[in-house]
Design a binder for this molecule. Structure first.
Ligand code: SF4
Length: 149
């Protein structure tokens, strides 16, 4: 018997959270005010070692080609408007995945200058990935719930 090369698919998200195109997940990444630590781990998750693409997960350049947003960092005053407008450009039903403690609750810079708040202060997250920064395994596990693979 050949060795198993991938973990079993995770349980699917609740029906209300499902979206068209189940089986793949295209996300537009928005850095709303990150230190870039989360971006390093997202790059690792999508890179050749963790290889999120084998689960149908990828980042796309245009929100019009995306199923939703992957948001990192606290939302700064300069990024609150662009974050909202980027979400408006994603075809419905769009999902919003807040990635990292800053995106979830402000993290270490919650009281910083020019900070509006966590992602939830601007747009409602569909899912949250805790960690500072989250491990690539945690990022992939959360996204696989939406790619379904
Ligand atoms: S959660 Fe940590 S790694 Fe991610 S943006 Fe905030 S401080 Fe940086």
């Amino acid at each position: 018997m050949a060795p198993r090369v991938a973990e079993p698919a995770p349980p699917p998200p609740p029906r209300a959270e499902r979206r068209r195109g189940y089986g793949s997940l295209q996300l537009r990444h928005v850095d709303a005010g990150s230190c870039n630590g989360c971006e390093v781990e997202i790059a690792n998750a999508l890179g050749p070692v963790y290889d999120a693409s084998r689960y149908g997960i990828s980042l796309v350049a245009s929100p019009r080609h995306a199923d939703g947003l992957l948001v990192t960092g606290v939302v700064t005053a300069n990024m609150a408007g662009p974050l909202g407008r980027t979400l408006e450009a994603v075809p419905a039903p769009a999902i919003v995945i807040a990635c990292g403690d800053c995106a979830l609750n402000g993290g270490v810079v919650a009281a910083g200058f020019g900070v509006v708040g966590p992602v939830a202060a601007v747009v409602a997250p569909t899912a949250e990935i805790p960690g500072c920064p989250p491990h690539p395994d945690a990022i992939i596990a959360a996204l696989r719930r939406y790619s379904g693979r």
